[in-house]
Design a protein around this ligand. Structure first.
Ligand code: RFL
Ligand code: PHB
Length: 390
């Protein structure tokens, strides 16, 4: 088999790249390790920057997002019994974010791929990129016990943090930067009305909490938990009691509760691999970098990587220029590091860090009080939250 670009991974990065390439007349095949239903069962991000929304439009997959997505002009930070609103729209000259689940984004991109005849091979086992340091790379995989080979011009590693692409790069060619946080997020989904029509991020002595949503009738709430916490120990009642304790009185009283339809614990990590290109292999999205979810940047960074990578590949095929692919790693990393900084700052400012002691807590309080009193500080937060330009 031969194609122009083999894409490893059918998450948002791989699907977005695949669609833009298909629409530009560039052949591609996606290899995905698990089933389509499994990919669609993953519950992850929920906040889209306008830049990402524009890319979904460009890929012809934005229609339902515009219809069902919730446009948010601001969010609040709960602290010390009060709730302080960050006016994203006013502080950024009219920008906003769209609350629309990653599951829906993936669904829309998969539907569009099917409608335009794109090829995805699900349950492709032992996917392995080869010879990407030369001019004739290829990828092997197993399907139903048979080994297949696809020859190609380029390989896009869009296979997430645990994927095979980054692991295939010789150790000496890659540098990694990492910070693992001493806590995780316990998240639930429940079909109840959100406590507020905008998101609330809470800093509380018992730990961080976040009230997000998926629709006007479905909530996505999180609480910070220790790394040793087990999901079996968290009944729905225990979760609702804990999140109410971390919110101001007014929101705690108003909170509607119900049975959870999903409950899971995710660890928090900052991670960057440099560079993001190794000959004819590119890393994009979580394969190349991870942010803690506090800034809602993971999914949005996947989109900006694909912006640069797609532009580079299109220039290569349509204009016979290598300039875009040569610049990919540097352009993507410049934006990645700014989002890493912002996500680290949001995480540091809003969570309880038990090892930082009383001094750490005092600094955190000063940081928040400064933020609530300074339009300059709020503007900086707002412009990062809505997304820096591509
Ligand atoms: P994905 O979504 O992980 O997709 C990678 C795809 O590659 C497949 N794969 C392979 N395929 C073939 N061969 C292999 N060897 C393979 N290994 C893996 C996988 O099955 C999968 O289908 O990466 P992508 O496309 O780069 O998208 C990135 C986003 O998914 C990610 O940044 C965000 O979801 C991060 N994230 C969150 N971001 C937010 O902004 N807000 C959140 O609330 C939020 N919650 C989360 C998250 C990520 C989580 N992970 C990674 C466990 C919660 C969790 C639990
Ligand atoms: C979510 O809705 O899942 C969500 C929203 C904002 C975040 C993280 C997660 O910062």
């Amino acid at each position: 088999m031969r194609t122009q670009v083999v894409i490893i991974g059918s998450g948002p990065s791989g699907l977005l790249l695949g669609q833009l390439l298909t629409d530009a007349g560039i052949d591609n095949i996606i290899l995905e390790r698990v089933t389509k239903d499994y990919v669609l069962s993953r519950i992850r991000a929920g906040v889209l920057e306008e830049g990402m929304a524009a890319m979904l439009d460009e890929a012809g997959a934005g229609e339902r997002m515009h219809r069902e997505g919730l446009k948010h002009d601001g969010f609040s930070i709960a602290f010390d019994g009060g709730c302080h609103r960050i006016d994203l729209h006013g502080l950024t000259g009219g920008k906003r974010v769209i609350v629309y689940g990653q599951t829906e984004v993936t669904h829309d991109l998969m539907d569009r791929r099917e409608a335009t005849g794109g090829v995805t091979i699900y349950e492709a086992a032992n996917v392995q990129p080869h010879d990407f340091d030369g001019d004739r790379p290829y990828v092997t995989y197993e399907k139903d016990g048979v080994t297949h080979r696809i020859d190609c011009d380029f390989i896009a590693g869009c296979d997430g943090f645990h994927g095979v692409s980054r692991k295939s790069v010789p150790e000496g060619a890659i540098t990694t930067y990492e910070r693992v946080y001493p806590f995780g997020w316990l998240g639930i989904i429940s079909d109840v009305e959100p406590v507020s029509h905008e998101l609330i991020y809470a800093n509380h002595p018992r730990g961080f909490a976040l009230c997000s949503m998926r629709s006007p009738t479905r909530i996505r709430y999180y609480v910070q938990v220790g790394l040793d916490e087990k999901i079996e120990d968290w009944s729905d009642d225990r979760f609702w009691d804990e999140i109410r304790r971390r919110l101001p009185e007014e929101q705690a009283q108003a909170m509607k509760t119900g049975p959870s339809i999903e409950k899971s614990i995710a660890p928090l990590r900052s991670f960057v691999a440099e560079p993001l290109r190794f000959g004819r292999l590119f890393l994009a999205g979580d394969a190349g970098h991870i942010v803690p979810p506090t800034g809602a940047k993971g999914l949005n960074l996947a989109a900006s990587d694909i912006r640069y990578l797609f532009d580079g590949l299109r220039e290569y095929y349509q204009e016979k220029s290598k300039a875009g692919i040569d610049a990919y790693s540097q352009r993507a990393l410049a934006r990645v590091w700014k989002a890493e900084r912002f996500s680290w700052w949001m995480t540091k400012t809003l969570h309880l860090f038990p090892d930082d002691g009383a001094f750490g807590q005092k600094i955190q309080h000063a940081e928040l009080e400064y933020l609530f009193s300074s339009v300059a500080a709020q503007t900086s937060l707002a412009e990062n939250y809505v997304g820096l330009p591509y």
